[in-house]
Every structure is written in structure tokens, then in C-alpha cells.
Design a protein around this ligand. Sequence first.
Ligand code: AMP
Length: 624
Amino acid sequence: MAKISINIASGAIEKPNVVVGIDLGTTNSLVAYTPKGELHPKLVGNNQNFIVPSVVHFDDNNIPLVGSKAKQLIAQHPERTIFSVKRLLGKNYHDISAHTDYLGYKIINDDQDNLVKVNIAGNYYNPIQLSAIILQELKEKAQIFLNATVDKAVITVPAYFNDAQRQATRDAGKLAGLDVLRIVNEPTAASLAYGIDKTDQDKTILVFDLGGGTFDVSILRLEQGVFEVIATNGDTYLGGDDIDKIIVKYWLELNGLEIENLNQNQIQSLRIAAETAKIALSNSPELPFNTPVQFGNVTLNTYIEYHTLVALAEPILSKTMNCVSMALKDAKLLANEIDEIVLVGGSTRFPEIYKLLSDKFPGVQINNQINPDEVVALGAAIEADILAGNRKDILLLDVTPLSLGIETAGALMDVLIPRNSKIPTRIGREYTTSVDGQINLKIAVYQGERELVTQNRKLGEFILKNIPAMPAGFPKIEIQFAINADGVLKVAAKELRSGVMQEVDIQPTYGLTDAEVETMLESGMINAQADIELRLEKEAQNEAEQLIYTAKRFLEKHGILLTSEEILGTEQRIESLRGLLLSNNRNEILAGVEALNEYTRPFAERVMDVAVSTALKSKKVQDI
Ligand code: AMP
């Protein structure tokens, strides 16, 4: 018989509530939890379906499909099937333009610093929304499996993720209806899964994470139970897939074939066979692989032995070991100063990796007993259990009860220090102006979980004065938030080009009762999804307003270089975007932004050409 819990004070029936740990991966994602009263975390799902591929497919009605079924549609519907979203998180078009070739879907080039968006049949999605769709699927999977409410989670991110990427991950969680209790570094989670923190000694740990497409090495310092990342290195485009490609190349040579003579399906079959061979040889090095591949009536010889695989993989493995050396160098450590190694990622099952690491770090314990695909999610579930207050043996450190941030365009709250951050802490973020010649900047500091500052608590404001007049977007204004051990917040603003600065001290918890904090948290949670949707709408409006401003300025300054038809065309698109702004429809506004951007891009390029040729001319004059 099922049991229910009743809250004695309110009489309400309480559903069990579980805090889960989520490994939101580039290729695959997993959820884990710690059963009540137990110490060991478990994965959500049944043996064969723990893993949810991080792939989203949109059907003809734009209904998203997530996971294995979506993955199967990559080849068939490349423009509607999104994979590797994690590579786009917190990035703008310029950050990723060099790597868009292999993506079958279209990334919008907006010539600005906005976060990337994908256009799928007229709907604009940013990586936060796409990640939220994956998280939503994971959340539902957990709710069904655990028969419980799942609305709180710990999510892991790579140690090298910057502030914007971490914030984007939090927002994705919020949009998926999850209260993200903490963002944890993947290597830290893996170390927690091995219980490395359960010691009084300080330790230095190297986490070696080789997956299908990415490689990360992190060096962590454990002091008094707290992990700190002291160095990271790696290659975001290196992994087991590269070994598969080299095997395919080897087989083609063995059979006297050129890759150009094969069609996509044949290449795909060979890749799959190569991965099978790699895994088979990894698991049983003494048995050669010899399962021929059939192309029509041609039989391909795929014979390969372990020592050949090792020789073929050597360039990839030596790249990873170079990254290890660089991480050690950055951490100013010698190999013999590493106390333990943790292996993460499916490719670390290749025995050669263990061998190379034990050669470089003789006598150091290499932790590889936990499944390397699952270890991060399991560690996240341990952290989740700690934050849920279920582990009485672990002391929770002082944390910020509510998020702290500043007001940005559109009255949006830009969180600098998320709630639940350990204190003391410090963070800096760069901002700029949106209007030409702006010399004063108001910095208004708020506290709370809502996306609009008007619904948060204002802690104070000050004005950074006397910024030298510069074009919009040119000043670099760094805002620093620092909370000391007593909980006092120091906010400093500095224009980095001129050195102009100003700072204030604020006591964030002053005059706030526990009940008020609780109310603010609750209203943040209740309104989380609606709030994020509102933020996305406001951001689209900001983007449109900024583009209208820039386009008008462009016409004023460079109109002379355009034909009257081009001027008219630009003005019409500005007007139509103005009209769309009134519609409050995000997709329509973004379509208007894209139309104006596409239309004016050649003009901007023309002006650049003129600027460059003028510069060249003036250089010549000077030279003579
Ligand atoms: P991950 O991204 O962590 O799931 O890792 C997936 C990668 O691990 C793929 O490139 C797999 O081919 C690889 N992999 C899985 N099992 C093995 C194995 N036994 N030996 C070598 N590589 C493996």
C-alpha cells in the first residue's frame, strides 16, 4: 500500500519531494538521486535507459521530442534536430562561427554580441530554451520513476564554464521548473562520487575526463572538505569519436578505398563498426576484431588488433597527455604532488589511458571503479542530498539566502551572485552603455529571485559619473560584487578604459526576517517559468530596440554610401520592426530583427571596405 505524508500544521497532503542531481552533457544526460535514508546515490531509469541523449527534435507542429528517438532523426531531419546544445550555451555567434559546419541546423548570425539563437521553422530558440527542454524531459523521467515531485536539482557544468555559461544553465533549470540549488563542477561531482572529500587531509586531485567529443582535465584542491579548481585544460573537440575516425581511415587504406567513393550511409556504417571494434578491443585486448562490413557485394576487411588500435590512437592520446602536462604547469605542480586521479567519460575505459596515467603518475591511486559515464550524475546526487539537508554528518557552509544582482535594460535583474553561493565570494562582470556619449551610469542593486527588478528588493543605488564620452557599446564597465565573511556586500563599478570608479557597501540581510526571505524564495519559485519567458521577451525587445538605434545611426552617418533604394529598404524594415515591437510576440520581433540584420549586413561590409581603403590611403600618404 502506498504511503502519504500529511503536514500536521496545515493538514495538506505532502508528496515526497526529491532533490536530484543532473549531469547535463554535450552528448548524453543523466539524472540521479539518493534514496531516503541511504548514503549511496542511484541513477534514475532502468538498466538500459539511464542515459538520455541530449538531442531535441521538433516535429512539424514544433512539438519537441527529446532523447533516443530525437537522436535517430538527426540524419533524416538535420535542420529540425538539435544536438550539442551545450557547446552553444552562453556563447554568441562569433564564439562558435568556426565550428558551425558540422551542425545540420541553422544558427542565426546577428552581427552582435547577443547569445546565439537557432531558427526552426520560424520559431527562435536560444540554448537556454533548448537546454530547458532537455531538463524538462529529465525532470519528468525522474518524477515518473520516483513517483515524487521533482522541482529542485543540482546541475553539473564543466569546470571551465564561465559566469555566463553557468548563469545560462541556471536559467535553463528555472525554465524547466527546477529550482537549481547549486551548479557544481563536473570534476568535483566525480570526486564526490568517489568519496574523496571524506578525509581530514588536504588533497590534490586530477580529474581526467575523455568523452565522445570533448576532453577536459581539471586539477582540484581539497581543503577542509571544500574543493577548489586550481587548473583546467583540455580540448573541446577531442574524444573517442576521433579514434573511430582514425580506425575508419585505416580500414579504407587496408581495402584500397577512398572516402570520396563512399556515400554517407556507408561512412556511417563504417564509423559504427569502428566504434564497435574499439570497444571490443578495449574490453578484450587479446582478441583481434574481425567482423567484415558488407557494402552490396563488396566485403570490407576490418581486421584490427589491439596493438594497431594503440598505434592509431597514439596522436590523440598524446594530445590528452600534453593537456595534462599543461594543467600541471598552470597549477605549478609536479606529477608527484597529485594524490589521486579520477577517470570520467566512456573513453577512459580504453586501457591505454590507465597505462599512460600510471606511467606519468607512478604509485598514485587511479579511481576507475565507478562507471565513467555515470560518475558525474552520481556525484551530483550526493551534493543534492547534502543540500537537501539529509546528511547530518556534513556541515553546510554559510551561503547567500537570496540572489544579488543589478538592474539592466528593460528593468531586468542580472544576477551576479546566485542564492546558495558559499561566502565569502566575489564576482566581476563587464557591462557597457547602450547610447552614444553616455557619461553617467546608474547601478541599482537588487536582491531576490524574480526576473524583473520591480518585483525584487532594492538594496541601494549609485551613479558611476564622468565616464568619458564614447560611442555606445565602447566603454567597458566592470561591476564587482564581493561578500565578505560577515555578509557585507561591496559593490564596485569601474570603467576600465578610463579608470573612473565608484563603490558602496551594503548589508543585504539588514531588516529582512527569515519569513520574508522565505516569501521571496517562494514567489521566485512559483513564478519561475513565467518570469523566464518574460525575460526572453524583454531580451528580444531590447535586441530590437538596440538594432533600430544602430541602424538609424548607421543611416545618419553612412547614408551617403547607400543608394536611395537601399535607404528606403532599410527605413521600411526599421518601421516594420517598430510595429512588431508593439506586438509583444517574441518570434515575430526576432524575425524582424533577422530581416533588418540580413538586409543591412552588406552595407556594413561596404562601409568597412571604405574604412579600410581610406585607412590604407592615409597610410600611403604618411609613408611618402
Ligand atoms: P561519453 O561521452 O562519456 O558517454 O563517452 C562516449 C565515448 O566513450 C564514445 O566515444 C565511446 O565510443 C567511448 N567508449 C565507450 N566504451 C568504451 C570502451 N570500452 N573503450 C573505449 N572507448 C569506449
